[in-house]
Design a protein around this ligand. Sequence first.
Ligand SMILES: Nc1ncnc2c1ncn2[C@@H]1O[C@H](COP(=O)(O)OP(=O)(O)OP(=O)(O)O)[C@@H](O)[C@H]1O
Ligand SMILES: [Mg+2]
Length: 396
Amino acid sequence: MTERQGRMAAKILLIDSDAATLNWLKVKLEQESYVVVTARSGDEGLGKLEQDQPDIVVLDTVLADMDGLEVLRRACADERGTPPWVIVFSKKYQPQDIAAGFQAGADDFIGKRPGADAELIGKIRGHLAQTYARKPAPPPPPPPVNGHIFSFCSSKGGSGVTSVCVNVAYALAQVQPEARILVVDMVFPFGTIASSLAFDSRRTVARMTHEPTEEISRGVVEKYVSAPLKWGFRLLIGANDPQEAGNLDAARIEPIFKTLRTMYDYILVDFGRTLSRISLPIIEISERVLFIVTPDITTVKGAKLMLNFLRSRDIAFDRIFLINNRTVGRVWTTAEDIERELALKVNAMIPYEVEYMTMATNDGVPFIAKFPEHAASAMFRQVAQKLREHVQGVSK
Ligand SMILES: Nc1ncnc2c1ncn2[C@@H]1O[C@H](COP(=O)(O)OP(=O)(O)OP(=O)(O)O)[C@@H](O)[C@H]1O
Ligand SMILES: [Mg+2]
């Protein structure tokens, strides 16, 4: 018996639109003492894949709602951890079908024909024996850290909060490669960080708030945070769509951030244009609030209202880091006007980068990665440097 089987039975997810096949396979596999979860559609399968974290997926290619290979592609594209072992189990098993299955990411392919159940059980046993015999002991969890939260927000949509947040994260990772940096998209009902970095994940904060465990442990958080992206930071997405966002349990947001602080040195949170029961408690415990304004009077007036409100919540102005971002070419309000109106010093000016900023977004990369020599990139680095100095000053 393998080590894993000795501890607990392996979990197998069967995705097949045919009820008879599902029942037949379920009985066979349960006789082998595996835990079996079933799904009758691709969509249900994707949900259970995430919810049940199976060790192995047995997948039909012909499903009622989608091509089974689409399920496979999405499972393989998931940035989180090791994808499960996928065995395609299909009545279409011509050479071209098998080739398409492997191309989509299948680990094995079995044709639905007499004797296929025995073949399937053999493959499953073989795979589990190999995997768990080779599996190294998990590394010990890293020591807890006292992470610093930096909130990014604005008084008007489209001010550049996401652009600043993502690029500052990247710049921080460049100056401090050893730092554990997390970017959290807390824009609801859905944010744009995932699409601006060509990142796709169904693991969101909204879903995490429904974790059955009483405590949101580091282990739970680990399941939702992305693997390190090539730009040196990790990502956590708030919600992927309005329905998911509507189901979010706001009471669990603070406990989630408490746990995040024990895992990452820098937690950069994109709150977009919002002051809500979700964002306020986190803004209140933020080290700094990076407030983005654009040089137009409505944004500046809105910023004044928001900043006064923050002050009424005991967020002193010295915690506000004011950034003047030129999202548009024309300037209606100068930096001096802004400083006078807000009674605050502008800490950084991000120049207008015409269409280059949007070009980077359309390519799914941070602006600095694409245009490192541009003036805005130098400013993002400067902001990152200031955050770094602040954190170093705090930890001294
Ligand atoms: N300094 C800049 N120069 C040129 N374009 C910019 C600049 N900053 C941001 N942009 C562009 O302005 C648009 C809005 O930026 P971004 O999405 O970062 O703003 P946001 O405040 O996060 O918006 P939302 O309210 O949708 O979350 C994007 O198309 C972005 O590429
Ligand atoms: Mg945004």
